[in-house]
Write a protein that binds this ligand. Structure first.
Ligand code: AN7
Length: 374
C-alpha cells in the first residue's frame, strides 16, 4: 500500500470514464490547495468566507492538466498518434507536456503575439509544433475543428468531452476539503469549459442530473453514490472586453489584458448557460483594471500569485459582494485557474520597478530605514 499521490485518474477512477486498469498518462495533477483568504474579507468588512482553489499549482501551472490527463489517456487508448488544440496558452502548455509524456505528436495553434510568455516557453520546451496564426483563439478553434475532420489528429480542446470529465474532479476535491459543497463557486469564463465541468462534478457528487453533461444522457452511473448534500450557485466572471455571456451573443473582436480568456465564441456556450441556470447563478463582467487590482491584492496581501485571468474570479466576487448579491455568512470558492509566473510581462508592468544601487552596505541600510519610517 503506497500513499504516493498519482493524479486525478488514479484518485477518482470510479467516477471517470476510463478502463479499470489501462495505462494512464499522468504528471500527478490535482490535489491542489484550497487556501482561505484571511485578509481580504476583513479588509472589505463582509461576513463571508472565501477559499481559493489554487489550480496554478498543477504540474504545468494551470487547471488544464486535470482535463489533459484524461484526454491524452483516452487518446492513447484509441491509439491516436497526434493531438491538436487551439489555445490562448494554457491548453497548449498542458497538451504539449502530456503529449511529450505519452510519446505522441502535438500541434498547437496560438494567436500570434497574444499569449503569455511562460505558456509559449512551455509549449516550445515540451516539443510541440507551435503554429502561430494571424488571428485569435476563435479562428484557431475553427481551424482545428476543420482539419481534424480530415487528418489523424485528436482534438484536446474542451469540445473533447473527456477534458470536462477530468476537470470535474476539482469540485470533488473541494467538497472533500470543506466537508460539503460551498454556497457559491466563482470562476473566470473564457471558452466556458471549466464552469461546465465544475457544475457536472458538483451535480454528480450530489447525485443530481445535469443537462450540461454531454456524456450523461440521463442514465449516468456516477450519480449512484452521492457524497454531497447540495450544489453551489455558479458565478461566471468575464473580462469586459471579451464577455459574450454578458452580451448574450458571440463577440467577434475580444480583447483583454487577461489573454487566457480573450475568447469571443466559447464552444461550451449552451452547456455553460445550462450550468448557470440550473445552479441559480449568473454571469458578470469585470474590467481589466479590476482584474489587475485583484491580482495585485491577492499577491500583495494573501501571498497568492495567480495569472490575470484567474484574478477575474476574485475581482468578480468583490463586485458581487459590493452589490450585496452574495448571501451574508456564505462560503465561497474562487478558482485561481493559472499561476502568476505564466505571465511575467503583465506582472512586471504593473509592479513598482526594483531600485538599483551600488553594492554597498550604506545604500541598503538607507533603503531599509526609509521603509521603516514610512
Ligand atoms: C488561466 O488555454 O482556453 O472557460 O486555450 O487559461 O474553461 O475556457 C484557457 C482558458 C481561465 C478559461 N483561466 O477557462 C486555453 C484556454 C485561465 C485559462 C480560463 C482559461 P474556460
Amino acid at each position: 500500500m503506497t500513499s504516493r499521490y498519482q493524479g486525478i485518474i488514479h484518485r477518482y477512477r470510479q467516477r471517470l470514464p476510463v478502463a479499470p486498469d489501462g495505462p494512464v498518462v499522468t504528471l500527478g495533477e490535482g490535489d491542489t490547495p484550497l487556501i482561505e483568504l484571511i485578509h481580504l474579507p476583513r479588509r472589505i468588512g463582509r461576513d463571508v468566507r472565501i477559499f481559493c482553489k489554487f489550480e496554478g499549482l498543477n504540474p504545468t501551472g494551470s487547471f488544464k492538466d486535470r482535463g489533459m490527463t484524461l484526454a491524452v489517456t483516452k487518446a492513447l487508448e484509441a491509439e491516436a498518434r497526434a493531438i491538436i488544440c487551439a489555445s490562448t496558452g494554457n491548453t497548449s502548455a498542458a497538451a504539449a507536456a502530456y503529449a511529450a509524456r505519452a510519446g505522441i505528436a502535438c500541434f498547437v495553434l496560438i494567436p500570434e503575439g497574444k499569449i503569455a510568455l511562460g505558456k509559449l516557453s512551455q509549449a516550445m520546451m515540451h516539443g510541440a509544433a507551435v503554429i502561430q496564426i494571424r488571428g485569435n483563439f476563435d479562428d484557431g478553434m475553427r481551424l482545428v475543428q476543420e482539419v481534424a475532420q480530415d487528418l489523424p489528429v485528436t482534438i484536446v480542446n474542451s469540445v473533447n468531452p473527456y477534458r470536462l470529465q477530468g476537470q470535474k474532479t476539482a469540485s470533488f476535491e473541494i467538497i472533500e476539503a470543506l466537508g460539503g459543497a460551498p454556497d457559491y463557486h466563482a470562476l473566470p469564463v473564457g471558452n466556458a469549459g471549466n464552469i461546465t465541468a465544475h457544475w457536472i462534478g458538483y451535480s454528480e457528487a450530489a447525485g443530481k442530473m445535469t443537462k450540461a453533461c454531454a456524456l450523461c444522457a440521463g442514465d449516468c452511473a456516477y450519480l449512484a453514490a452521492p457524497f454531497a448534500d447540495s450544489r453551489p450557485v455558479m458565478l461566471g466572471y468575464q473580462a469586459a472586453g471579451a464577455a459574450p455571456f454578458l452580451r448574450g451573443a458571440f463577440v467577434d473582436h475580444p480583447d483583454t489584458v487577461a489573454t487566457a480568456i480573450r475568447i469571443g465564441h466559447p464552444v461550451s456556450w449552451e452547456q455553460a448557460w445550462t450550468a448557470s441556470k440550473e445552479s441559480g447563478g449568473w454571469f458578470a463582467e469585470v474590467t481589466d483594471a479590476e482584474i489587475l487590482e485583484a491580482q495585485k491584492l491577492l499577491a500583495g496581501t494573501e501571498g497568492i500569485f495567480c495569472e490575470p485571468a484567474s484574478a477575474a474570479s476574485v475581482a468578480g466576487l468583490l463586485k458581487d459582494l459590493e452589490r450585496n448579491t452574495i448571501r451574508p455568512g456564505a462560503t465561497v470558492v474562487c478558482t485561481l485557474t493559472g499561476h502568476g509566473l505564466k505571465d511575467p510581462d503583465t506582472a512586471i508592468a504593473q509592479s513598482t520597478p526594483p531600485v538599483t544601487v551600488d553594492a554597498e552596505r550604506k545604500a541598503i541600510e538607507r533603503i531599509i530605514r526609509s521603509h521603516s519610517e514610512s
